[in-house]
Design a protein around this ligand. Structure first.
Ligand code: DLL
Length: 445
């Protein structure tokens, strides 16, 4: 549904800045940021000393690689305030993530940081065509997760009204969407698909016809093009990808424009690099690697060369929308989410690509990996679509051909064979935030 909404550009002076000028701005901001982080934080003083460098060694963008990386683990070790670059008097907002390991990290914002965040997300909201008179339904979780408040600030900044409904209570989401005539939706792609399915199956409402959503800003997790197509058809919206991470700011680091050919990464605020995760060296422009980000306008918690763990490509090639700011490809996955089954490495998103390319397969699936004896066994539990399920009267034995087709697709796209377990509609878990689809039982035993 390309070009369905009236996308616009919130800050053309930055988003469309001539590249040469942009590079200059990035350089100035980098030098300032390096000095700031060094002056304010013992953490960086120590890191620089260990690397044998001084802030004055960073004279331009070409010196960036001299700076050591900052890792997620550094944030854990410095929990809660070890990376706070101001006094607590200056901090007005704190977010926390528990992370997969259970060790928390904090994200600290001054008033200026919240303003920068609001501007970044406002750029995203303009891309989905939001303006005065629109109502943005924010169904990302509010609270310590940055999704809810981030979209809240950005939506208000472009002049839209925000419905801060948060995630969950799906029946109420649909009811209020219809009664209040909300015009756009913000949530994870998984939850968008679930809301659509819920409206049809549980409430007899066709969201594409009976709701007023024109667009959606969906992110916080990897999602496939197949899922985008399904969501667009189901909800009758133009679906956009939004990327971000709490350590750097929250949502709003990058967002798609109406051409959907990658997400514009706001380089004037967040300096990107793509590296080979093994060697730490830069890869050629356009090649796949790990995204590394440096905050260029951050007071509360500045981060230099933060290893995001996210694998993507980056290009500065011109975009039809007129933005000069570069674009990152849809994230393939996190390096630590990569699964290895019988020696074959892949990201769960590739399994989604395979599953959703088969007609009659729903968006509800889970992946279980076990090692009962010596060999890894991957089982994909997946529900057929409601229509197909009803067509066979709930008799799964009539879906043997579908099962075979899925197994073949998985083998050819993912490169590893899997046991396909077709399960009745409504039996797999539904997610209101980030989906947790992979259960790797090998790690537990
Ligand atoms: O997920 C912030 C966010 C909220 C982004 C709402 C977009 C919308 P964290 O919880 O810190 O912050 O998780 C950050 O989620 O490093 C990626 O691995 C993943 N991620 C975020 N957006 C995308 C996306 C928020 N569009 C981590 N595609 C990141 C793929 C994404 N992965």
């Amino acid at each position: 549904m390309k070009g369905k909404v009236g996308s616009w550009i919130f800050e053309p002076e930055f988003e469309c800045m001539p590249r040469e000028k942009l590079e200059k701005l990035k350089e100035e901001r980098l030098i300032k940021m390096v000095n700031y982080a060094y002056d304010k934080l013992d953490f960086y003083k120590k890191r620089f000393k260990e690397a044998g460098i001084k802030p004055s060694d960073i004279k331009g963008l070409e010196d960036l690689t001299k700076i050591p990386f900052t890792y997620k683990d550094d944030l854990r070790k410095n929990y809660p305030y070890g990376l706070m670059a101001t006094s607590m008097d200056e901090i007005i907002e704190i977010h926390c993530s528990s992370g997969t390991t259970g060790t928390p990290t904090t994200a600290l914002y001054t008033a200026r940081d919240v303003e920068v965040w609001a501007r970044a997300v406002a750029r995203c909201c303009a891309s989905i065509g939001l303006r005065k008179g629109d109502i943005l339904q924010v169904a990302y979780g509010y609270g310590l997760f940055t999704g809810g408040l981030g979209l809240h600030y950005g939506g208000q900044k472009v002049g839209a009204a925000v419905l801060p409904i948060s995630s969950g209570e799906t029946e109420r989401q649909i009811r209020l969407a219809r009664e209040l005539k909300t015009t756009a939706i913000a949530c994870t792609p998984t939850y968008a698909a679930y809301m659509g399915e819920y409206a049809i199956e549980k409430m007899g409402i066709d969201p594409a016809k009976e709701l007023y959503w024109k667009s959606g800003t969906l992110g916080a997790e990897p999602w496939s093009e197949e899922l985008r197509e399904r969501i667009e058809n189901l909800l009758g919206i133009e679906a956009f990808d939004i990327y971000g991470l709490s350590e750097i700011i929250g949502p709003g680091v990058a967002h798609e424009c109406q051409y959907h050919n990658g997400s514009h990464l706001y380089e004037d605020l967040f300096l990107p690099e793509i590296i080979d995760p093994e060697t730490g060296e830069h890869v050629e422009e356009g090649e796949l690697g790990e995204l590394v980000l440096t905050t260029l306008d951050r007071e509360g918690m500045p981060l230099l060369r933060f290893r995001t763990g996210d694998l993507t490509r980056f290009t500065t090639e011109e975009c039809e929308c007129g933005r000069t700011i570069g674009r990152m490809e849809k994230v393939l996955g996190r390096s630590d989410d990569m699964v290895k089954v019988r020696g074959v490495k892949f990201w769960p998103k590739t399994v989604e690509d395979a599953l959703l390319s088969v007609k009659g397969v729903s968006t509800n699936y889970t992946i279980v990996i076990e090692r009962p004896k010596l060999l890894d066994v991957m089982t994909i539990n997946v529900e057929p679509t409601k229509e197909l399920y009803e067509e066979v009267g709930g008799d799964m034995s009539k879906l043997e051909d579908l099962k075979k087709e899925i197994a073949e697709k998985v083998k050819s796209i993912v490169g590893v064979s899997a046991i396909i377990n077709l399960v009745p509609v409504g039996t797999l878990p539904r997610f209101i935030g980030k989906a947790k689809r992979v259960e790797d039982r090998r790690k537990i035993t």
